[in-house]
Design a binder for this molecule. Structure first.
Ligand SMILES: O=C(CO)COP(=O)(O)O
Length: 247
């Protein structure tokens, strides 16, 4: 399909100076598939450390931004500040922020626009709860989350979509290859209908949720799975095997 494979490591609120340096050293010294784009997202406190410590070619992402450029917003970080610090990506709309911190679709969309306007790449997360899946609402929920962004953002060339079913995150319960492929395909069809042919063809759609070195190869074979957003396993040496899943 010609889409470059993409693997993101979302460290979430994990790590210390010591352990993060160890994870980054492991990546720096590993033989990584040169056709795979690799981005790591440590907690914001460690973003600069990661940028300074990681070898060239490996990129750093924030786990969140605020949608204003600067000002009286205690505790927040802007896209411009990230750019200024050599951080080129941000994750947005992660379900942990949507659920625990009650971020709604509009806020996620507004942050996505702010990030893209500042020239950051965005890993835009979407995904349904178990309850929504069991009610047959998976595609409806995911496309509603994406539609809020499409209403504000026309150019998706720096957006990577991450489909992360909430019931698969941190649970060890990975979606089956069929379940993942079905939703990825639906997202691609939605992109074609609501954004553009080009967005449908070129946008990478990642799968996230209990991805490990054991299940990544099968998932990577699916036509519409263009990479992974990895939580727990990105903190371990086996993250390298996930990065190389598409070899
Ligand atoms: O939320 C995730 C990545 O953003 C997935 O987390 P796990 O890989 O730990 O299930």
């Amino acid at each position: 399909m010609g889409r470059q494979f993409f693997v993101g490591g979302n460290f979430k609120m994990n790590g210390t100076v010591k352990s993060i340096k160890e994870i980054l050293d492991n990546l720096n010294n590993a033989k990584l598939d040169s056709n795979t784009e690799v981005v790591v997202a440590p907690p914001s406190l460690y973003l600069l450390l990661a940028r300074e410590h990681l070898r060239k070619g490996l990129e750093v992402a924030a786990q969140n931004i605020f949608d204003k450029p600067s000002g009286a917003f205690t505790g927040e970080i802007s896209a411009d500040q990230l750019k200024d610090s050599g951080i080129t990506w941000t994750i947005l709309g992660h379900s942990e922020r949507r659920v625990i911190l009650q971020e709604d679709d509009q806020f996620v969309a507004s942050k996505t626009k702010a990030a893209l306007d500042s020239g950051l790449g965005v890993i835009l997360c979407c995904g349904e709860s178990l309850e929504q899946r069991e009610a047959g609402k998976t595609i409806e929920v995911v496309t509603r989350q994406l539609k809020a962004v499409a209403d504000k953002v026309k150019d998706w060339s720096k957006v990577v979509v991450a489909y992360e079913p909430i019931w698969a995150i941190g649970t060890g319960k990975v979606a089956t290859t069929e379940q993942a492929q079905e939703v990825h395909k639906a997202i691609r069809e939605w992109l074609k209908k609501e954004v553009s042919d080009e967005a449908a063809e070129k946008t990478r759609i990642l799968y996230g949720g209990s991805v490990t070195e054991k299940n990544c190869k099968e998932l990577a074979k699916q036509a519409d799975i263009d990479g992974f957003l990895v939580g727990g396993a990105s903190l371990k040496p086996a993250f390298v095997d996930i990065i190389n899943a598409n070899e």
